[in-house]
Design a protein around this ligand. Structure first.
Ligand SMILES: [Zn+2]
Length: 115
């Protein structure tokens, strides 16, 4: 992967597919054990919010136990032997805005849909 943003997107896709080995291979600290014990989540949508230098800020929307949720993270990446790896993430306590279009893809506002 040439850029942290491309790596971020490919790692999101790996989370969707539960490709744990790929996630281990593209991070510095994550282990198969950590990832396999993750509570299963249905990922709905990824929005990249900001991207500069080795930082990618994103919002990833998911459904868990029939409720929609949001992971808002500022991830940092490091280059190791010419390839980017996920290093660490700073989490934000953000909520899905009532007026944003619903992450489930219905085209309706969140407040009128899955809220
Ligand atoms: Zn919805």
């Amino acid at each position: 992967m040439n850029t942290p943003k491309e790596l971020m997107i490919s790692r999101y896709e790996a989370f969707v597919k539960m490709d744990w080995q790929y996630l281990v291979d593209t991070s510095l600290h994550q282990t198969l054990n950590d990832l396999e014990n993750h509570h299963p989540i249905e990922w709905l949508k990824l929005d990249i919010i900001d991207n500069y230098e080795n930082i990618v800020e994103f919002k990833a929307y998911f459904r868990q136990d029939k409720k929609l949720g949001l992971l808002h993270e500022k991830s940092s990446f490091v280059k190791v032997n010419d390839s980017w790896k996920y290093d660490d993430g700073e989490l934000f306590n953000s909520k899905i805005e009532r007026n944003e279009s619903c992450p489930c893809g219905s085209g309706q506002k969140f407040k009128k849909c899955c809220a």
